[in-house]
Design a binder for this molecule. Structure first.
Ligand code: AMP
Length: 203
């Protein structure tokens, strides 16, 4: 069984947590571009130095840099028969780049899961982001993400709304999108995602 998957969802929807759980259950690697960038920043690599300038402002790292990094990661052995991408693609150009990377290997995505936030959270994201910002500041403190300051979080929410929210429609148009309600407890949301995937992938 191959499971080549993308996980979409707004900042603060619990995407990273769910990505790790789903990848364990389906025995495919969870590939988080944010985690890879953070590892490069921590290791003071050239890539980390370049990425940091953007991350510190809440902006996206340029597509060329991000695409090359993902292309490289997908050639590793553990991704040969499946993966769960968390935080990639985030722009329409990244959607195209991912298609190209996969089609060069005769592969394609199987499914895209969008973890949705409820209407209140969407309103918060688009109009008054205070509650989401509070939650993300709490997470930043818990996880030691010292660079997640309030202006940076606000900018990340804006960039998400502009560049990334439209991607769900692209995948929906291809018949790949599964929408899963992200409200509720962590276990509850994992169960919902697994049930939706089971129905789609026969896993
Ligand atoms: P995340 O942990 O997924 O929120 O990512 C943290 C930061 O890494 C983002 O705010 C971006 O600056 C950068 N980043 C992660 N993934 C991408 C991507 N697919 N494209 C561009 N920048 C990214």
């Amino acid at each position: 069984m191959s499971a080549r998957m993308v996980l979409l969802g707004p900042p603060g929807a619990g995407k990273g947590t769910q990505a790790v759980r789903i990848s364990e259950r389906l025995s495919v690697p969870a590939i988080s571009t944010g985690d890879i960038f953070r590892a490069h920043v921590a290791g003071s690599t050239e890539l980390g130095r370049r990425a940091r300038a953007y991350m510190d402002k809440g902006e996206y790292v340029p597509d060329s840099v991000t695409n090359a990094m993902v292309a490289d990661r997908l050639t590793e052995d553990d991704a040969a028969s499946g993966f769960l991408l968390d935080g990639y693609p985030r722009t329409a150009a990244q959607v195209d780049a991912l298609d190209d990377m996969l089609s060069e290997r005769g592969e394609a995505l199987d499914v895209v899961v969008e973890i949705t936030a409820d209407a209140d959270v969407v309103v918060e994201i688009t109009a008054d982001a205070d509650a989401v910002v509070e939650r993300l500041l709490g997470r930043a403190a818990e996880q030691g993400r010292a660079d997640d300051t309030e202006p940076v979080i606000r900018r990340r929410l804006e960039v998400y709304a502009e560049a990334t929210a439209p991607l769900a429609a692209i995948y929906e148009g291809r018949g790949l999108l599964l929408r899963v309600d992200g409200m509720g407890g962590i276990d509850e949301v994992t169960d919902r995602i697994m049930a939706a995937l089971a129905a789609r992938l026969s896993v």
